[in-house]
Design a protein around this ligand. Structure first.
Ligand SMILES: N[C@@H](CCC(=O)N[C@@H](CS)C(=O)NCC(=O)O)C(=O)O
Length: 215
């Protein structure tokens, strides 16, 4: 039995984030899948693990169940420091957290399944309106992110020349965008970094198509 059980879903971008982090750290984990469309993440058993009813959750044997992908990534980084996913200096850490949170706090939550479902059920939004909503929030966040990535701290990756937490978020969000037809032409730095990530096995192995529940 491995130390970690990852409760997740192949297509979930927050799950992609944690899978990349586990892979970069070289940590084995058991894969527990929850299909979101039939609401497996709302089952009593899963709600006992994560009362928020959102994936991912990382179960650490006989220790704890962690939720919130960015908190999980920081936990892994603190307990398994190599390779580091955040820089050592406070300014660098604040920058990487800010870049990550542009996606993690200001794009993804607005476009989450439960939000899109509520737009439909509570506000009669049709598919065109839902697409418009999704694309709008991606452009809002990615425009700011692209601008921030013009800063001198950006290297081959979001912060310097090695992949870290901000790259993980960027990678997962670009994959998530593929569900909609989003013109990425305005984001050359984001796409350059995304393509750099595609050269790293830890990122590739975390992609939806490579998961056991992939359909
Ligand atoms: N802030 C949370 C968000 C987790 C989250 O929203 N996960 C999505 C999948 S990417 C989910 O479980 N959605 C189910 C739903 O909206 O019902 C994190 O970073 O872990």
């Amino acid at each position: 039995m491995t130390e970690y059980i990852l409760h997740n879903y192949f297509r979930s971008s927050t799950s992609v984030r944690v899978r990349v982090a586990l892979n970069l750290k070289g940590l084995d984990y058991d894969y527990q899948a929850y299909a979101l469309l039939p609401n497996a993440h709302k089952s009593e058993a899963y709600l006992r693990l994560n009362p928020q009813g959102l994936v991912p959750a990382l179960e650490i044997s006989d220790t704890a169940v962690l939720s919130q992908s960015l908190a999980i990534i920081e936990y892994l980084d603190e307990t398994q420091p190599e390779p580091p996913l955040l820089p050592q200096d406070p300014l660098g850490r604040a920058r990487v957290r800010a870049l990550s949170q542009i996606i993690g706090c200001d794009i993804h939550p607005l476009n989450n399944l439960r939000v899109l479902r509520k737009l439909k059920s509570g506000f009669n939004a049709d598919q065109d309106a839902i697409t418009d909503w999704f694309v709008h929030w991606v452009h809002e966040g990615f425009s700011a992110l692209e601008q921030r990535l013009q800063e001198s701290e950006t290297g081959k990756f979001c912060h310097g020349d090695t992949a870290g937490m901000a790259d993980i978020c960027l990678f997962a969000q670009v994959l998530n965008n593929a569900r909609f037809d989003i013109d990425m032409g305005a984001y050359p730095i984001i796409m350059r970094i995304h393509n750099m990530c595609l050269d790293i096995d830890a990122f590739v192995q975390a992609m939806p198509a490579h998961q056991p529940d992939s359909i």
